[in-house]
Design a protein around this ligand. Sequence first.
Ligand SMILES: [Zn+2]
Length: 266
Amino acid sequence: MRRLSPSAFIRVAALLVIASCVSCGDDPPKESANADSGTPEVEGPLPGDDVIADGGVQEGGTVNPPGEVDAGPISANGCPVLTFPSGIHLQTVPDATLSQSYASISDTTNYPKPLCFIDTAALQDPVAKKTYDTSVQLSPHFQLVELVSTELSYSKRVLLNPTLIAKLEAFRAALGGESVSISSGYRSPAHQRAVCQSICNKDVCPGICAARSRHSWGDAADIGVVPTNRYGDAGCAAKFNFVYQEGNHLHLDLNPEHPICTKQIL
Ligand SMILES: [Zn+2]
């Protein structure tokens, strides 16, 4: 079985979407009021989950060209095995119900409908032939549970881009080895809607809480620090794409719409 390198993660996801969604007829993605502004959306109060929404969504991204898709590391179940910086591998599994929950917020460019997910209730490493629990180290300083703990009351199946973990390590290194506390990583669409509901009692809060977030694609993390330029600069040094202040915490993501690091610290 071939392994999926972090750099191939998005390309494989794009292939799966292209293969599956040619005729799936998804509606155009909803966008929040400031979705085209590139301006991060504002944070609100979050009981038990201090995160909010991401902004800066627009059509027409150019990442994931089909010609560069590496379709090799696909298992018998049709889903890839992910390789994380620690060297562990995680088998992903199909989940049609969770995939369908992305229908109204996905597109065929930068927000492909995910088909395969990490099953936190059955973490299988098909290369090492091991099983793990959520305390498994994804890299020297980050465990899976840190990226999914706020999600597990919504879904046991999650997305997590290995490149996010590699860049979180780089972020930590750019801070001189300072401990990094993650307040939220993956958020399913249902979780994202709940976040918005907690803010404005609606599934979307225009200008405040977006329908779709990079968190729902497993390539964003919120860091529990008071955002300052020092942290923002560390985010760009770690080659995150979009680094911005969400209220009282720092948001880092791999949004391909920002190929050169965009930093917005108020
Ligand atoms: Zn965030």
